[in-house]
Design a protein around this ligand. Structure first.
Ligand code: PEP
Ligand code: MG
Length: 763
């Protein structure tokens, strides 16, 4: 059953147009399950009805004609109940409604299953049969499994359809809205740019062309160049190549023959598609036929066909555009689109062209989102329903406050959006105008604002530009960007630069926090649950040689200075602190001995720990005895308290630092820290968010660390609020049932104060 399911889903996935794919689906299901009819209805939320989109068994004229209200008939019932309905005689069911156009009088047995994606009913798939019987458990299970698998394909295909249904008369694709997770606030407009796109036929978005002659020339030229490459390749290989390799080359030659693939591709071009799209359609149909064969050897040939076609596609692109997509550079305002946005990708992207970021994977607190916020670039994460290829060169409006993305916007929407961007600019000019004022609440409470640095070289430049020092210097990026561990000398140079950027202000350097979602390319860690695994201090204590080199580098960099503080990530017990302290003492004595000979000074750095693993909440008095300061890592604390992977798009809606339980924990930490007289900072993302900063002030925090970009905004906000207001908002938040309620309180308060423009689009 699994093989059949897989082959159906694969086949459907390869058909570019949704309508055709659904028809094929109906036929395959009807044949495979040996029933009399299979039909697919899709939901039209605007008109609150299901539309019959494809059928094999009902009357074909009923397609697109039969529309069933969301609360009507058996189809409506399946949608309402969101579960399968399996009945032996449909006509006798109280909800049965007769639609004469479908001609289903002879069918008695009915099985309908909702097609659901991310809690939303997309449609209903049905099987019907003349016999009066209940469908078996196996049949029901098959349909449920199939429905779950095709849900994502339908969403993808819908978006794909909307973005590519341009005819030669109408080159504009239809506007499409896509929803992701708000990753970095702000609004952006630009053309989609997908730098990591490989030339892969499967990703190619089909396009129309009305110049068949030109496309045929392009196709023939692409094939000719590919043939030369293949000939050269087989010539270079030894004459005695094994038979199976020989057979691959034979297959290549056969396919490159004008009478084979060529005839079919050229026929497609004449139907009105461009060369690349025609190649895709013909080749994928071939590959699907091979993949569907039972013989594994023949199945493998599908890979060869795709491989050859990717070579042809590359040459077609060079022929038609003069370049392949990979080699491009962004030349206009762009929205960077990628499966997973990486630090390297951002570093390489021309900064003046980068207006926004759209990541298919990831969530609000993935390090890519944190990096985007640090750079002040609006970002939307976890846009699962769309592939980068579909957004290439499309105009995109991106709202980093709400997570909304509009592709190929209509003119009036675009104009409104540009107006909102203007309003944003005006707000930030107001904020920047008095950014050098000291940070205190309207009733005179002084708040220290620190910078989170280390994620990108650019951020370091801001370090001296304001604030009371660096509250968190993340050291892992230089480790991630290299092909080996950086040497002690390399680290000394780097840390010295940072310490010298603000010699009179404290600089808190965190020891290496790799693992989790920050892997080192040269030190692979394969774990089932990386966030619960070998991460942060756990890894470095197991490798004292790595830890000691880093501590020595920090100490050496601090010779003659007095602003270094060292912080340990991922502490979960007192033992880890003691062990780390022992190693730090050892490094300190080693460097002190060297320094004594040179008359320089070495100041013993203060030692602090991140509070980000829930266990430490219950050991704060004990920990307080061994450290000089605490810093709350609310990003990880949220992840571990709520048991939600901060990177996982599927559970992104559950990850929220404003969950009343997380707020209670943060409140508890500041009270306990004050009782134990240990200074405490918050350096997680919540500290740099307007609502978060207000709540933290209400709790009693007076030190907040955030990315340089947010510093001015938060400074401005704090000067506009008073402590009693913060406390009253906190008490509403702590007694709320949910984070949604917390946000309602925060937003209401900010709007009343005229500060709403800090958390949503527009003034
Ligand atoms: C945190 O966990 O809140 C934190 C500041 O550290 P990171 O985001 O680097 O894990
Ligand atoms: Mg952390």
């Amino acid at each position: 059953m699994l093989t059949t399911l897989k082959s159906i889903v694969q086949e459907i996935n390869q058909i570019p147009q949704l309508e055709k794919a659904l028809f094929r689906l109906a036929t395959r299901v009807k044949q495979t399950m040996q029933v009399n009819s299979c039909s697919i209805y899709l939901a039209d939320y605007e008109n609150q009805e299901f539309i019959l989109k494809a059928t094999d068994g009902l009357h074909p004229d009923a397609v697109e004609q039969v529309r069933i209200g969301f609360s009507e008939g058996l189809i409506g019932l399946v949608g309402q109940r969101e579960e399968p309905l399996n009945i032996e005689n449909a006509h006798q069911h109280p909800r049965f409604k007769h639609y004469p156009e479908v001609k289903e009088e002879n069918y008695n047995a009915f099985l309908g299953t909702p097609i659901i994606h991310q809690r939303k009913v997309l449609g209903v798939i049905t099987m019907q049969q003349q016999d009066m019987r209940r469908f078996s458990e196996d049949e029901e299970a098959f349909l449920v499994t199939l429905a779950a698998q095709i849900a994502l394909e339908i969403t993808n295909a819908e978006i794909r359809g909307a973005l590519t249904n341009s005819t030669s008369l109408d080159h504009l694709p239809k506007q499409k809205n896509v929803r992701g997770i708000a990753g970095s606030p702000g609004l952006a407009i630009g053309l989609g740019f997908a730098p990591e796109r490989k030339i892969d036929l499967r990703d190619w978005v089909v396009r129309h062309s009305n110049n068949a002659e030109k496309e045929i020339q392009i196709y023939r030229k692409g094939v000719e160049i590919t043939r030369e490459h293949v000939d050269n390749l087989s010539d270079r290989l030894d004459k005695n190549i094994p038979d199976d390799v020989k057979s691959i080359f034979q297959l290549y030659h056969h396919l490159l023959d004008a009478n084979s693939l060529g005839r079919e591709v050229e026929a497609k071009i004449k139907e009105g598609w461009d060369a690349a799209s025609s190649l895709k359609m013909v080749v994928e149909a071939y590959a699907a036929r091979f993949e569907a064969m039972e013989d594994p050897y023949m199945q493998e040939r599908a890979i060869d066909i795709i491989d050859l076609s990717n070579r042809i596609l590359t040459n077609i692109l060079i022929e038609s555009r003069g370049h392949t997509i990979i080699e491009r550079q962004a030349t206009c305002d762009s929205i960077l689109v990628a499966q997973e946005v990486t630090a390297t990708m951002l570093a390489e992207f021309p900064r003046d062209k980068l207006k926004g970021i759209l990541s298919i994977r990831g969530s609000n607190n993935s390090h890519a989102a944190i990096l985007a916020r640090a750079m002040g670039v609006p970002a939307v994460m976890g846009c699962q329903n769309v592939s980068p290829a579909l957004l290439e060169e499309k105009e995109i409006l991106l709202d980093g406050y709400s997570g909304e993305v509009i592709v190929a916007p209509e003119r009036n929407i675009r104009n409104e959006f540009i107006q909102l961007i203007e309003e944003e600019k005006a707000i930030s000019e107001r904020i920047n105008a008095d950014s050098d004022k000291a940070c205190e609440t309207s009733d005179g409470c002084r708040v220290a604002l620190y910078i989170n640095a280390g994620l990108s070289a650019e951020v370091e430049l801001h370090a001296g530009a304001g604030g009371d020092g660096i509250g968190l210097y993340r050291t892992e990026i230089p480790f991630m960007l290299r092909e080996r561990f950086p040497s002690e000398k390399e680290q000394v140079q780097l840390y010295r630069q940072v310490l010298e950027s603000s010699p009179d202000l404290p600089i808190t350097m965190r020891t290496l926090d790799v693992g989790g979602d920050k892997p080192l390319p040269y030190f692979p860690i394969n774990e089932e649950n990386p966030f619960l695994g070998w991460r942060g201090i756990r890894l470095t204590l197991d490798h004292p040689e790595i830890f000691l080199v880093q501590i020595r580098a920090m100490l050496r960099a601090s010779i003659g200075m007095k602003n270094l503080q060292i912080m340990l990530p991922m502490i979960s017990s007192v033992g880890e602190v003691l062990e780390a302290r022992r190693l730090i003492d050892q490094a300190f004595y080693e460097i002190s001995d060297e320094v004594q000979l040179t008359q320089e000074t070495l100041v013993r750095p203060k030692l602090g720990i991140m509070l980000e693993v829930p266990s430490v909440l219950y050991q704060l008095p004990q920990l307080a005895r061994h450290v000089d300061f605490f810093s709350v890592g609310s990003n990880d604390l949220t992840q571990y308290l709520l048991a939600v992977d901060r990177n996982n798009t599927r559970v992104a809606s559950l990850y929220n630092a404003y969950h009343p339980a997380v707020l209670s924990a943060l409140y508890d930490i500041v009270r306990q820290s004050n009782q134990n007289q240990v200074p405490v900072t918050v350096c997680g993302e919540i500290a740099g968010e307007p609502g978060g900063a207000i709540l933290l002030l209400g709790m009693g925090y007076r030190k907040l660390s955030m990315n340089a970009f947010n510093l001015r905004k938060i400074n401005w906000l704090i000067r506009n609020v008073s402590l009693p207001e913060c406390k009253s908002l906190l008490s509403c938040a702590l007694t709320s049932d949910s984070q949604e309620q917390v946000f309602t309180h925060i937003n209401q308060y900010l709007e009343e104060k005229g500060l709403g423009g800090l958390v949503r689009a527009g003034a």
